[in-house]
Design a protein around this ligand. Structure first.
Ligand code: HEC
Ligand code: HEC
Length: 419
């Protein structure tokens, strides 16, 4: 893109440049052909210093003249090839940003083989890999430590990444998302909506009560109503925050914009705040981001919601599909099956049927895998019955062989869907 908004300045600058270069040649020509007037005709200029030091009027040395001409030719050739004449981009099409992009590309090509070895690994696996963590440490120290601290514990205005409490989510997926696209936390000023300074003070005391910080219980009781009417929109009725907005768990202790006291909360309500975590997708390759995410995740991350990464058994409800994940070699259903199946039970009571389908991968002994998958599906069917689904409403299907996403945990799952 050109910095010139109209053609005029481009032509103007280019004109001055060319005229100056030609001017140099004219100067050379003039000084080479005109003779200084001398009174004595002895080839001196007539200038005398220190009694007898005279200035001769000899022609310029040949080598110097040639150097001068070569310099002029060089500048003309340079201006023809590279950007320099106004908005003219040069015949080679070179640009500093283009060169930068090329260098970044070359750098990425060079490190690609190193990252290739991490390609098939999940973030929890990466976090256990010493080589990946050494790379992650270097990336973090060079790019993140200036804001989050070399121990990742943050500081005023920058979140602590090791506390286990997350504003934007601490699963591998969410951390990757945070690093890739950056985050923008916006709390608008709301004094006007809350009311008088006393109202603000009451709300502040209510907020402080949520995390058991020092507060005035009587004021807090008065502040509850306003909190639920106004603040809950972003922080939730229980004040536990909303990770889609990065709005902070006010009942938690991982605040980073100020101390948990009335002055800070009132300042937040009166002035608001906008915090920004920069975007890194332009600087890092997706592989680098995964390694960084693993490094951060290791410091205080939580298990993936899809449980694809976790090694223990777990149950996840994904858009109405209840997924049971099993530990390797085990058909033990994770705790919490009753609660996880509440919606399924309701739907079955409403006339739907529950389909149970298992998955297993192609690695190892196929017969043994298939048997284990069957045991798991049966265990889930038992859990359904225990939750109150009659056997007649359960459809058991033969396990599918899958390499789902390439993650081993995905292959150790049984899904309950409604039909
Ligand atoms: C429109 C959404 C929204 C509303 C409404 C809102 N907040 Fe916030 N609040 C946020 C966000 C987002 C942050 C985090 C800002 C950041 O990290 O940059 C935040 C941060 C805070 C913090 C800072 C915690 C820390 O780390 O220091 C306090 C305190 C707070 N809010 C209190 C309140 C109170 C009290 C109300 C009601 C009067 C309220 N908020 C209403 C979005 C909201
Ligand atoms: C210029 C300062 C700055 C740099 C550099 C920076 N961050 Fe951040 N980061 C922030 C701020 C500010 C927030 C909080 C945003 C908000 O919610 O207001 C944040 C938030 C985060 C979060 C979300 C924390 C949570 O509770 O959900 C993660 C994860 C994170 N940063 C990781 C990184 C990594 C990894 C790097 C290096 C690649 C990095 N940051 C570099 C300023 C920075």
């Amino acid at each position: 893109m050109s910095d010139f908004t109209s053609n005029f300045w481009s032509v103007f600058v280019a004109g001055i440049t060319i005229v100056s270069i030609l001017g140099c040649l004219v100067l050379l020509w003039i000084s080479g052909t005109t003779k200084a007037m001398t009174a004595s005709g002895d080839n001196t200029t007539g200038h005398v210093w220190d009694v007898d030091l005279r200035e001769m009027n000899n022609p310029l040395p040949r080598w110097w003249v040639w150097m001068f001409i070569i310099t002029v030719l060089f500048s003309l050739a340079y201006l023809a090839l590279f950007p320099g004449l106004g908005a003219f981009k040069g015949m080679l099409g070179w640009s500093s940003t283009g060169q930068f992009d090329q260098e970044v590309q070359a750098g990425n090509d060079k490190i690609a083989p190193m990252y290739a070895q991490f390609a098939g690994m999940s973030i929890p696996q990466l976090s256990k890999d010493d080589k990946a963590m050494a790379v992650g440490d270097r990336l973090f120290m060079n790019n993140c430590a200036q804001c989050h601290g070399s121990d990742a514990k943050g500081g005023p205005s920058y979140p602590n990444l090791t506390s286990g409490e997350w504003n934007w989510g601490g699963t591998p997926e969410k951390i990757v998302e945070t690093i890739t696209d950056g985050r923008m936390g916006v709390m608008p000023p709301q004094a006007a909506v809350v009311g008088t300074a006393e109202d603000v003070s009451n709300v502040a005391n209510y907020v402080l009560g949520l995390s058991n910080a020092q507060h005035d219980a009587a004021k807090a009781a008065k502040g509850k109503e306003k909190f639920e009417a106004i603040c809950s929109a972003c922080h939730g009725m229980d004040g536990k925050g909303n990770q889609l907005l990065g709005s902070r768990d006010l009942a938690g202790k991982n605040w980073f914009l100020g101390p948990r006291n009335e002055e800070h909360v009132a300042a937040m309500v009166n002035n608001g705040w906008m915090g920004q975590m920069p975007t890194w997708k332009d600087k890092f390759t997706p592989e680098q981001i995964r390694v960084l995410a693993a490094y951060v995740w290791k410091k205080g991350g939580v298990a993936s919601s899809s449980a694809a990464a976790a090694d223990g058994p777990s149950i996840v409800n994904e858009n109405g599909v209840v997924k049971f994940y099993f530990a390797s070699g085990s058909a033990q259903v994770a705790p919490g099956a009753q609660e996880a199946l509440v919606d399924v039970v309701k739907a079955v009571q409403g006339g739907k049927r529950a389909a149970v389908s298992g998955y297993h991968d192609a690695s190892g002994d196929a017969a043994q895998n298939a048997e284990l998958a069957k045991q798991r599906a049966l265990a889930v069917a038992e859990a359904l019955k225990a939750a109150g689904v009659p056997e007649a409403s359960i459809d058991l299907s033969k396990p599918d062989q899958t390499l789902a996403d390439g993650t081993p945990a995905e292959a150790r799952r049984v899904e309950v869907t409604l039909e």
